[in-house]
Design a protein around this ligand. Sequence first.
Ligand code: ZN
Length: 183
Amino acid sequence: MIYPIVAYGDNILRKEAEEFHRDSEDLTKLVESMYDTMNNANGVGLAAPQIGLSKRLFVIDSTKMEEEGKGIKRVFINPEILDEYGDEWDFEEGCLSIPDVHGDILRPEKLTIRYFDELWNEHEEEFDEMTARVIQHEYDHLNGVLFTDYIKGLKKQMLRAKLLNISKGTVKTDYRMRFPSKK
Ligand code: ZN
């Protein structure tokens, strides 16, 4: 199932998401829908709050951004970033909930994360480069943080009108969105 993607301005994107309970949803179906929704919008990551579910779960597909053979396609359930390290590096990020907005964001190069997969196996792994970046962006969504929060000063002021337009629903996307004012 392809869900409409929750747009900037909706409170659910600002909430700290709750822990995912193993039997609370049909996990197989949910994960499949998350991938379908992400792929339909040509995204490289999607967090549950972006489909209106305030739970600690996200999917990523960094193979779309990495060289061949690199990157991963994976679901992270109840993830916990244990450590972030390495040099900070800049990359221009975007977000399916904030269409047509981009910004250079600094993030540490590497991280260690503990999470459950869809078969409820626990993992503790290190990721770097683009995969780490996508994880950091999606992990932020579970804590109510958006990449635009890191943009400050004049650049942020220049974004304000654009962000307001998104929350009002006056933005065009080739995927379906859910706007706070049009619920
Ligand atoms: Zn995002």
